[in-house]
Design a protein around this ligand. Structure first.
Ligand SMILES: [Zn+2]
Length: 74
């Protein structure tokens, strides 16, 4: 997968969802170059935006508490 910001390489990463206790580990994407994070919910929102009206991402992007687990491994 290619990063939407810097066209860098993105790798699969897992995130801990703090707010939703029912789904603790979520697979997502993280950019090795700029650190851009894309989790499943963000992807879902982007797909909805394509189908619906053109809304700036900054407005609709959810502010969720996710921690990139793989980032702390060194
Ligand atoms: Zn990037």
């Amino acid at each position: 997968m290619q990063c939407v910001r810097c066209k860098g390489r993105m790798v699969t990463d897992y995130f801990i969802d703090i707010e939703n206790s029912g789904e603790l580990w979520m697979p997502g994407w993280r950019c090795l170059v700029c650190g851009e994070v894309v989790d499943p919910l963000i992807l879902r929102h982007r797909q909805v935006q394509k189908n619906n009206a053109e809304v700036p991402e900054a407005v609709t992007r959810p502010k969720r508490k996710t921690i990139p687990v793989g980032a702390s491994r060194g």
